[in-house]
Design a protein around this ligand. Structure first.
Ligand code: ZN
Length: 477
């Protein structure tokens, strides 16, 4: 082999952990980055890792974005700010949703800087914290997107081609199949799952099966967990709404603004049409969710059959029905506090750490007629986690509140395949051709279980990717 000729893979985030996804494929030294996500979790540590931003933007030839979740797209504006001027390849829906997510982050960072600066000034302390990026950097990043629809193969540089397939995770989410050929003629086909979705999610399609690859970089968020069935979850959702309505209470649902909120709206639409829940107002109180919903409306190319039919054939809008209301202004949001009688309120942030959901919790959590319904993952050290764990009182915006509302949890709305679903998806691939599976995007226990499970199922070679470790992919055919 001549010096410098090579096809290599390494990860600079999302290896041994679930946030900060950044995977680098190098062909003869030209580097393509797959996802540039933000690290999340304990604030100071996440901030330090995000600010460090590896890989070096100057060394990158191209960037592929699999989907618009913050832990996959959140650091793209920082790449632009630090001098990267190449392309960001993504599906059209991902580009649009990423715009909302990145702008939201820039706004939160600038509000934080202002608030923390004032706090420091009150204490007479020096304050030199600066946001990682601002709105201008997001505008710069948006100008670098090149959109690629599903199954439209595209050359993205010397020896590199990509093709995107529906990952069934959130609107616009993609798996990427990359073909890489180095100067010596060695060629490898590498698949990246991004976040692997699940069959039977509403609105979006099921994950596609990938055509043959030599190597697969696969996520393992639920590498050691199985989800309950969606049918059971919808039945429970109806039961919780009915029980709360009988008590004359409200159902407050903290939910992420993208995908989860639109899914809930869709389920409530179906339950409402079938008269399985009583007539009651349903409020979506989150400006980002409202922006995201309008993006859902303009991307019918991402819908599954059911929604497509409702939308196109019956002229019905799956994201709007009589009982549904959106509130975007702060005044509207505050008016919800005075709502009398049963109602459903869906609001962000999904882990209750910030945003309007906190006001709704303040007004509902101490009344036993109400229900707080948890539908998403609540990370450690968050308000959402404390509520989920059944604390008898919680602190919200500085004040202590007794928890007297019913606390319910439904986990089946997850957007990630569990390990059995992941294997079911993988088993449709050409496993004779597949030389190795690289596992990323998981906690250590999940990664370990997943790797043992796949080996038991007969996958030839499974590698848990270590942060920074370089893997040679010199496949010859
Ligand atoms: Zn995701």
């Amino acid at each position: 082999m001549l010096k410098g000729m090579s096809i290599r893979l390494h990860s600079e985030g999302g290896a041994g952990e679930v946030t900060g996804s950044k995977h680098v494929l190098s062909v003869d030294g030209a580097r393509c980055l797959i996802d540039c996500g933000a690290f999340q979790g304990k604030r100071e540590l996440a901030e330090e890792k995000n600010r460090a931003l590896v890989p070096d933007p100057e060394s990158l030839a191209s960037v592929v974005l699999t989907h618009a979740h913050f832990d996959h797209c959140g650091m793209l504006p920082l790449l632009s700010k630090r001098g990267y001027r190449g392309n960001f390849y993504a599906t059209p829906a991902t580009r649009d949703l990423a715009s909302v997510v990145m702008m939201d982050s820039a706004a939160i960072q600038s509000r934080d800087a202002e608030y923390l600066g004032k706090q420091a000034a009150k204490r007479g302390e020096k304050f030199d914290w600066k946001p990682l990026y601002d709105e201008n950097d997001v505008v710069q990043a948006m100008g670098q997107f090149v959109t690629v629809s599903y199954r439209r193969p595209l050359a993205i540089g010397d020896g590199m081609r990509i093709e995107l397939f529906d990952a069934g995770h959130i609107l616009g989410s993609a798996m990427c199949r990359m073909s890489a050929r180095d100067r010596s003629g060695r060629e490898a086909l590498i698949g990246f799952t991004g976040d692997l979705g699940r069959k039977g999610k509403p609105i979006i399609r099921d994950p596609e099966f990938l055509p043959p690859v030599d190597y697969l970089v696969m996520e393992a968020t639920y590498g050691d967990r199985l989800h309950e069935s969606t049918e059971d979850a919808i039945a429970r959702l109806a039961a919780i709404v009915n029980a709360t309505a009988k008590r004359g209470g409200k159902i407050v649902i903290p939910a992420f603004a993208i995908e989860r909120t639109q899914e809930l709206v869709y389920y409530f639409h179906v339950l409402h049409d079938k008269k399985l829940i009583p007539d009651m107002p349903i409020w979506v109180d989150s400006p980002m969710a409202i922006n995201a919903t309008s993006i859902f409306q303009i991307h019918p190319e991402c819908y599954d059959e059911d929604v497509h039919e409702a939308f196109i054939k019956h002229h019905e809008n799956p994201f709007g029905f009589n009982a549904l209301h959106f509130s975007s202004s702060v005044q509207d949001s505050k008016r919800l506090n005075d709502l009398q009688g049963p109602a459903i309120i869906i609001s962000a942030d999904g882990m209750c750490e910030a945003g309007r959901i906190q006001h709704h919790l303040i007004h509902t959590i101490s009344d036993p007629r109400n229900t707080i319904l948890i539908v998403g993952y609540m990370a450690e050290n968050t308000l959402g986690r404390r509520i989920r764990d059944g604390m008898s009182e919680v602190r919200i915006q500085g004040d202590i509140y007794k928890v007297r509302a019913e606390i319910e949890e439904i986990n089946a709305f997850s957007a990630h395949a569990d390990y059995a679903e992941a294997w079911d998806w993988l088993s449709h691939m050409d496993l004779v051709r597949l030389k190795k599976v690289f596992l990323v995007h998981g906690e250590p226990a999940g990664l370990k279980h997943m790797s043992e499970y796949l080996r038991e199922k007969g996958v030839r070679d499974v590698q848990i990717v270590k942060y920074g470790e370089v893997y040679d992919l010199g496949a010859t055919r």
